[in-house]
Design a protein. Sequence first.
Length: 447
Amino acid sequence: MSETERERSTEKAVQALYAADAEREWGRLERHRTEFAVTLRALEQHLPGAPAQILDCGGGPGRYAITLAQRGYRVTLFDLSPDLLSMARQRAADAGVELVDFDQGTATDLSRYPDAQFDAVLLMGPLYHLLNGDDRRKALAEAYRVTKPGGVVFAAFIARYAAHIDALSGYPDLPTSDPGQLAEYQQIAASGLLPPRADGQVAFTAYFAHPNEVRPLCESAGLDLIELLAAEGLASGREDQLNALEGNAWDFWVNVNATVSRDPSVLGGAEHLIAVCRRPRWRSVLRQIAAAAAEHELDYRIVGGTALALRGLPVPVHDVDVEFPATAIDDAYRLERLLEGEIILQVSWRESESYRSHFGRMIVDGVAVEIMAGLERRVGERWMPSFLTTDEVVWFEGLQVRTLALEEEALAYLRAGRLDRAAAVLPHCEAGLLRLHLSGAVRHGLL
C-alpha cells in the first residue's frame, strides 16, 4: 500500500468511526468533565478577547466552538467528518448561537483559508488521528499559516499511555484477553501507533504521542511552545466520583487540576496533552527583512538569537538583529527606509565605551529590529572590527536569509563574554572550522 493509499485508508476509518456513533463524541466531554474544564481555563488565559476570529479545526460536533461562540467569538468549525458537522449545525441551532461556517476537509490542507486569517486556531482532534509524523507536522504548519502573527494555536494530543490508563481504570483484563489485544497495547507502548484494522471493522485508530516529542514537533512547524498541559491534571482514570461533584467541591478540584496540569511530572500520567503555542511575530518580520534585502540586493547578515533559532537551536528570540559589514554601511540606512515601523533610534553613528557602529532601533509589527553597520569593539586601546567574514544562506519559509556561520557566531559570543550562549552553539559547530576561526581571531587580536 502506498503512503497516499494508507492516508486515505486512515481518513475513511476515522470518518466511519464518527459516523457510527456521532452522539458518543458529543457526550465525550460530559464523561470527561475535567478535561473540558481544564482546557477551557487554558483558552480563557491565552485567547485574545472576543470577538476574535477562531478556527476550530477538527472540532467535531462543536463543543468548544459553541461554547466560544456563546462568549462572543466568531468561530469557524472545520472537521473531517460530515456526520459530526451535521450534528454541530443542529447543536449550535439548539444553543441559539451562530458559527461563521461549517467546513469539511482534512487538517493537512487548509488551503481554503488565506494566510493569517484567524486570531487563534484550535487543533483539538486532528493530531489524534494522523498516524504519519509528516502529516502531523503539516497540520501544525497549516495551523501556523492561517494564524495571524502573534496569534495562538492550541494543539491536543492523545498521550502515549492513555489506552493503558483507560484499561487499568475500567477493564484491566482486556489487554491479555486475546493475542490481538495484547499486540495492540504493546504496539501503542512501543510506537504510539494504533492503525486501522486490517479487516475493515470500525474501530478507534490513533497516534499516541509521547510528551517529549511535542515541543520539537510544534517548533518544526514554526510555532513557539508557551506551555504543555496535562488536560486531566490528576484525574486520569479517576473521573467517576469527580463527575458527580457540583458546587464548591467541583470548583476545588478544577482549580487543583488546572494548576497541576502545568507540572511536567504529571504529563506522562495524563490521557490528553494540550500544547499552547504561539505564531511568533519575529518570523513575519524576518520575512519582510529578507524580502526587502533580496529585492534591493542589500549585503546583510542576520545575527544573534534569531540566527540560532533559524538553525533549530532552542533559544528565545526577543528581537531581530541585522548587521552590515563596513563595506555596506549605506545598506543599513536603506533597510531602515524600506521597513515600515516606528523608529525608536534613527540609524546614525553611535559610540560607547565598548562598542561603536552605525546603529538604529525600530519596532516593526511589535518586534524590535536592531540595525548595525561597521560594528567595532574596543580591545584594550584599539578598536577591532566585528567578524562578518562568513556568509551562509538559510532557507526560511521559501526565502533565503543570509547569516553568519555558527562557528563565527560562537566566537562572537565568546568575545562578548556570553559563555552560556556560546556553550549552546558550540555543540553544533564543525570542529575544524571552529579551530580555523579561533586561530584567526587570536592571530588578529580579536580574542
